[in-house]
Design a protein around this ligand. Structure first.
Ligand SMILES: [Ca+2]
Length: 350
């Protein structure tokens, strides 16, 4: 499977990259970066680190492109970031921890420097690679959709050339995870215009959305997550950089998520979840999504408190001629096959 992954790395982006790069099924052609969870320069640095750490020795590393640092139209109410959750570096403070001693500092810096950043903008790189691999590329979108929207405006045939598009984004039941826009999910609210453009115009390639509510369904026990991240293969000592990075991230995720008491109000257990990791898993192994719903939908652009919301035509009003709202059909993951998910994670990163 040929993949291009768009990221705002981000703890869960880092894990999604680790999973894809360590997976024998995936050939990651490129990773395109965008400012989101943290500013673009940190996203690029984190991405280079993860790519260098995770790539199999002797294998060509994916090309890394830098893209947009800001949304298409506005930056909302200022810069929408997620450092309160991901840490100021975006990867659980791993940068500071891994560079605290001279030996690991030189290892980390050498890793980052071993992955060049292309001079071409991410949107142009995306167009070039998809056009060179028509019908073969799955685009895995794990960030605000600005780079992809820009590429689509520059090359409207992108949707005919892609094999498929998998998007982590949106909250189809309005269970938003952004404090400024209660009903919207982070990636969509960060750049609602881009989300709308991609959703409405990236046609006719199949489009699968992994919404935030599906991530809430992907609960795994904290103890399992800690054991998984620790690996435990004695032959693996000293632990390679990718595994140290992974352990730091999972331990920070568990720490942050133990305080997410909102889950209890949803009758969800306090448990380990990782949105982009889930989306990457579904991309690599579609049976991880045990239930998928197809509905028409759109993105709210003007709402005072609902800007960026994924709005669903629940009663198929458009199909029955009862709605004049412009909507487009998309598929949403609604249930997660936890056994398959857990097995994939353990097999690839355990
Ligand atoms: Ca992300």
């Amino acid at each position: 499977m040929k993949l291009i992954i768009d990221v705002d790395t981000g703890m869960d982006d880092a894990q999604a990259l680790l999973l894809a790069l360590r997976s024998p099924q995936a050939q990651v052609l490129a990773v395109t970066c965008i400012g989101g969870n943290v500013p673009l320069d940190l996203v690029v640095r984190n991405t280079r680190l993860v790519v260098a750490a995770a790539n199999w020795p002797g294998q060509p590393a994916p090309r890394v492109f830098a893209g947009c640092s800001r949304p298409l139209v506005s930056d909302g109410d200022g810069e929408i970031r997620a450092t309160h959750y991901h840490g100021s570096d975006g990867i659980a403070g791993a940068w500071e921890k891994l560079t605290s001693s001279d030996s690991t500092k030189s290892e980390v810096e050498a890793a980052v420097n071993s992955v060049p950043v292309e001079s071409m903008h991410a949107a142009l790189g995306l167009i070039e690679l998809v056009s060179q691999n028509k019908g073969e590329v799955t685009l895995l979108a794990l960030a605000p959709l600005t780079n992809i929207a820009l590429a689509l405006r520059l090359e409207p045939r992108l949707g005919t050339w892609l094999r498929s598009l998998v998007v982590m984004g949106g909250a189809y039941q309005s269970m938003g995870n952004n404090e400024r826009h209660l009903s919207a999910e982070f990636n969509f609210v960060h750049d609602p215009e881009a989300a709308r453009l991609v959703l409405h115009e990236m046609l006719p390639c199949p489009r699968l959305i992994v919404p935030y509510e599906a991530c809430l369904e992907s609960s795994l026990p904290f103890d399992w997550a800690i054991t998984w991240a620790a690996g435990g293969n004695a032959a693996d000592e000293p632990k390679p950089l990718w595994r140290r990075l992974h352990e730091l991230i999972v331990s920070h995720q568990c720490l942050m998520q133990r305080g997410q008491t909102f889950a209890l109000t949803l009758a969800q257990p306090l448990a380990y979840r990782s949105c982009d990791l889930l989306a990457a898993s579904i991309c690599l192994l579609p049976s991880v999504a045990s239930d998928v719903l197809e509905k028409r939908c759109t993105i709210e652009l003007a709402g005072g408190v609902t800007r960026g919301q994924l709005v669903v035509d629940w009663f198929d009003k458009a199909d029955r001629g009862l709605s004049k709202v412009a909507t487009v059909s998309a598929r949403f993951v609604t249930k997660v096959a936890l056994d398959a998910y857990r097995a994939l994670l353990f097999e690839t990163l355990g």
